[in-house]
Write a protein that binds this ligand. Structure first.
Ligand SMILES: *Cc1c(COP(=O)(O)O)cnc(C)c1O
Length: 410
C-alpha cells in the first residue's frame, strides 16, 4: 500500500501547510517597513500565545539557545541556582548552569516521575538566585507542577527567579505565566507552533530584566538587553530568520482561528486537543497491555511507553516506520531500547491519532508478544475516550468554523 510519511515526534512536529506557504513567499529584506510590520505583529501575537504582558523576544537558534541565554543573562559565576531535573532536558539545565560557573543544587526524580514539592522546599536556600525547570520533560513524557513550584517560591518568600523551559509545555499545558509569577518562559518553533526548527522565543519578567542588568557574564549575540531594544523598534539585533517568522505569523493565525479569532482561546483549545490525543493514546496502549513509562504525571506533549518485557523498543520504532511511514521516537540516553514516544504536540488531530493506534495494533499483532492481544481493543478504548471527552467539551462551534473559513479565504 501507499505510505504517507507522518511525524509523531515531539520536535520537529508536523508542519502546518499555511505556514509552509508563508515561508516560501517570504522574499523580503529585514530592514524594511514590510518586515517591521510583520515582526511587530508576530511579537504581539506571541505575547497572547504565551499568555504574558511582558515582551516576548525571538531568537534565531534552537530551544537550547534560549535556555543558555536564560542562564548567561540572569546569573553570574558563583551564583547558586536550583535545577529540578527528571530527564535529559533537566540534565541540560544542570550542564548549562555549570558551564557558566553557577553553583548548582539539583532536586532530581527518577526517569518517568516528577519531583516532590517537599524536596524542592528543602533544597531551596536563601541565596538561591534562580530555579530552572521544565514544564514537560519531553524525554520521559512527564508533566511537572509549575504552578506548585511557583506557589512554593512565593510562600517561602524566595527571591529566586523561576525559569521554565516550556518548549513542549506551551500548547500542551495550561500555564498562567504572569498569574503564577513565572519569570522566564521559553518556547521553540519546532514544537507546538507547527513550523520548522530554528527559532526560539522567551519572555522575561521585570525581576528577570533587573537580573539581566547586573549579570557579570560576557554576552554578545545572546545579549537579551540588546535584543529587546531592537524589538521595541520592530527589528531584531541581527539578521532574523525572516522565513520562519513569516511562518510563525501564519501558524499563530491558525491557532487564533481555533479560538474563534482569539489567540488565548486558541491556545487553550490547542492544549485541550493535545490532552485528548494523549488520553486516547494512553487508553489504547493500556488496553493491549502495554505499560506507560510515566503513569502518575503524564504530559500531553508526548506519551512514553515501555516495549513489552524482553523486547527492544527500537523494533516498534522500526516497524512503524518501515510498514506505515509513521515516525515515532525511541528513548533518549539510557532509556533507548526500553521505551518509545508518541507526540501529540501541535498539528495532531483525531484522524492522526486513530491511524497511529491502528498501525500500532498491526505492529502488535505481527511483532509484539502481548498475551490476549486482539485487533480492535486499542481502537475501542481510544474511541470511547474521544467520545467521552468531546461530549463534555464545547468545541467552540460556529465561531471557530467561521474563523477557519475566513482564514482559508485569505
Ligand atoms: C525540544 C526541547 C528542547 C530544545 O531542544 P533544541 O534541540 O535545542 O530545540 C528543550 N527542552 C525540551 C523540554 C524540549 O522538548
Amino acid at each position: 500500500m501507499i505510505r504517507k510519511t507522518r511525524l509523531f515526534t515531539p520536535g520537529p512536529t508536523p508542519l502546518l501547510p499555511a505556514a509552509q506557504f508563508a515561508m516560501a513567499a517570504a522574499d523580503i529584506h529585514h530592514r524594511t517597513p514590510e518586515f517591521r510590520a510583520l515582526y511587530q505583529r508576530v511579537l504581539e501575537q506571541l505575547k497572547a500565545f504565551v499568555g504574558t504582558k511582558n515582551d516576548v523576544l525571538l531568537m534565531a537558534c534552537s530551544g537550547t539557545g534560549a535556555m543558555e541565554a536564560s542562564v548567561s543573562n540572569l546569573t553570574s559565576p558563583g551564583d547558586r541556582v536550583l535545577v529540578l531535573s527528571a530527564g535529559k532536558f533537566g540534565e541540560r539545565w544542570t550542564a548549562i548552569a555549570k558551564a557558566y560557573g553557577c553553583e548548582v543544587d539539583v532536586v532530581s526524580a527518577p526517569y518517568g516521575q516528577t519531583f516532590s514539592l517537599d524536596e524542592v522546599r528543602k533544597a531551596l536556600k536563601i541565596e538561591t538566585r534562580a530555579v530552572y525547570m521544565q514544564a514537560t520533560e519531553t524525554s520521559t513524557g512527564v508533566r511537572h507542577d509549575v504552578e506548585g513550584v511557583a506557589k512554593l517560591l512565593k510562600a517561602q518568600e524566595s527571591n529566586a527567579l523561576l525559569v521554565v523551559d516550556a518548549i513542549t509545555g506551551l500548547g500542551t499545558t495550561h500555564l498562567d505565566v504572569d498569574g503564577w509569577g513565572v519569570d522566564v518562559i521559553i518556547g521553540g518553533s519546532q514544537k507546538a507552533v507547527m513550523i520548522p526548527p530554528g527559532l526560539a522565543y522567551l519572555s522575561l519578567s521585570d525581576r528577570a530584566w533587573e537580573a539581566a542588568e547586573i549579570s557579570l557574564n560576557p554576552r554578545y549575540y545572546f545579549d537579551l538587553r540588546k535584543e529587546r531594544k531592537s524589538a521595541q523598534k520592530g527589528e531584531s539585533a541581527y539578521t532574523p530568520a525572516v522565513a520562519l517568522i513569516a511562518a510563525l505569523g501564519a501558524a499563530l493565525d491558525f491557532i487564533a482561528a481555533q479560538g474563534g479569532g482569539d489567540l488565548a482561546a486558541g491556545r487553550r483549545n490547542l492544549v485541550d486537543n493535545a490532552e485528548t490525543c494523549a488520553a486516547m493514546t494512553r487508553a489504547a496502549l493500556q488496553a493491549i497491555g502495554l505499560k506507560l513509562f510515566a503513569p502518575t504525571s503524564p504530559a500531553a506533549a508526548a506519551t512514553a511507553v515501555y516495549a513489552p518485557e524482553g523486547m527492544d523498543s527500537g523494533v516498534v520504532v522500526k516497524e512503524l516506520k518501515s510498514r506505515f511511514a509513521a515516525v515515532v521516537t525511541n528513548g533518549q540516553g539510557e532509556m533507548k531500547g526500553q521505551i518509545f514516544r508518541i507526540a501529540h504536540i501541535g498539528l495532531f488531530d483525531y484522524m492522526d491519532t486513530i491511524a497511529l493506534i491502528g498501525a500500532l495494533e498491526q505492529v502488535a499483532a505481527s511483532a509484539l508478544k502481548l498475551p490476549d492481544f486482539e485487533f480492535g481493543k486499542a481502537l475501542v478504548a481510544a474511541q470511547k475516550v474521544y467520545a467521552e471527552r468531546t461530549r463534555t467539551q464545547k468545541e467552540g462551534g460556529s465561531k471557530k468554523e467561521a474563523a477557519e473559513e475566513a482564514l482559508a479565504a485569505r
